[in-house]
Design a protein around this ligand. Structure first.
Ligand SMILES: [Zn+2]
Ligand SMILES: [Zn+2]
Length: 295
């Protein structure tokens, strides 16, 4: 089974972007033209508590978006939830917000037809149990560039623990770009979709037919005869991370050649994700692959 469809295209996008409508430094028009110049096909503009309706602007697909955020400075935990492709009713919510009730933020986004994404859990100092008590969220940011790709921006270990507890969710990398300091254009999701129309992009994202990257690219991921076969751009490492902690050599690292690897699905594996790392330490992340029926 191939995870990606050969006759579909690949579209590059960023789902978390700020403008001068909240705390970003560039106007929406400037942000769109910057991302266009970097080869992106689509963008979601997600300003704090400000709904952006989107559409086709300057030949770029702009998805409707919002980020609902609450920082609890007493408990020292932040709850930031992205709403992507919501209707415009999402802008109507109580003036005082929900005081950190993240479930109400998610319910609000879902009731307006959107995809709900839990942002930057490590930056937010969230524990796995803080997210486990939530439900109906669609995705978690595995990478949030502005939070520092080499430190709290990388929530991969957090996501693995959350998945191991039995949650099921998509993972995305996003720039969370404010145009402060190298945040814009650092990461992307690459979506394998029928076209760059909104409905096809959203269908592919919900179906998990995409991966996230700060550099390296996946060419194919195939599951056959109890193995996962991966082919990628030239990389230094291909890691297979599962929800099983035991492996004979204490690590799930594998590099058969510079750009391909195979992984025998273990008896104890329920989910496996693949992570690429190139010579510059830049990474890419597949979705979690449910391997239960392939053992
Ligand atoms: Zn945020
Ligand atoms: Zn943000």
């Amino acid at each position: 089974m191939q995870l990606f469809l050969n006759d579909y295209g690949w579209y590059k996008g960023n789902l978390h972007t700020h403008t001068t409508l909240s705390d970003g430094l560039l106007s929406a028009r400037e942000v769109i033209s910057y991302y266009k110049s970097k080869g992106y096909d689509f963008l979601a503009i997600t300003d704090h508590e400000k709904y952006y309706p989107g559409g086709f602007e300057d030949n770029m697909l702009v998805l409707p978006g919002i980020e609902i955020a609450y920082n609890d400075n007493v408990k020292r935990i932040a709850y930031h939830i992205l709403g992507i492709d919501t209707d415009d009713g999402v802008r109507n919510y109580p003036e005082e917000g929900w005081q950190g009730d993240a479930q109400k933020m998610i319910d609000h986004i879902k009731s307006h037809g959107g995809m709900a994404i839990v942002c930057h859990p490590d930056w937010s100092l969230m524990g796995v149990e803080d997210v486990r008590r939530l439900h109906d969220y669609d995705a978690v940011e595995i990478m949030n560039v502005i939070s520092d790709p080499d430190a709290r921006g990388n929530s991969a270990n957090f996501c693995d623990a959350l998945m191991a507890r039995g949650e099921e969710f998509l993972t995305i990398a996003s720039d969370d770009s404010h145009f402060y300091n190298g945040d814009a254009g650092y990461s992307a999701i690459y979506v394998n979709a029928a076209s760059c129309e909104k409905k096809d992009i959203m269908e592919a994202i919900y179906a998990g037919r995409f991966y996230s990257s700060c550099g390296p690219t996946f060419k194919s991921i195939r599951i056959e005869n109890g193995y996962i076969y991966v082919s990628a751009s030239p990389v230094r490492l291909i890691r297979f991370m599962s929800d099983n902690f035991y492996t004979p050599y204490r690590r799930h690292v594998c590099r058969m050649t510079a750009n391909s690897a195979e992984y025998p699905i273990g008896k104890m594996d329920n989910f496996v994700r693949v992570e690429l790392e190139d010579e510059n330490g830049k990474r890419a992340w597949s979705q979690y692959i449910d391997v239960r029926e392939f053992k």
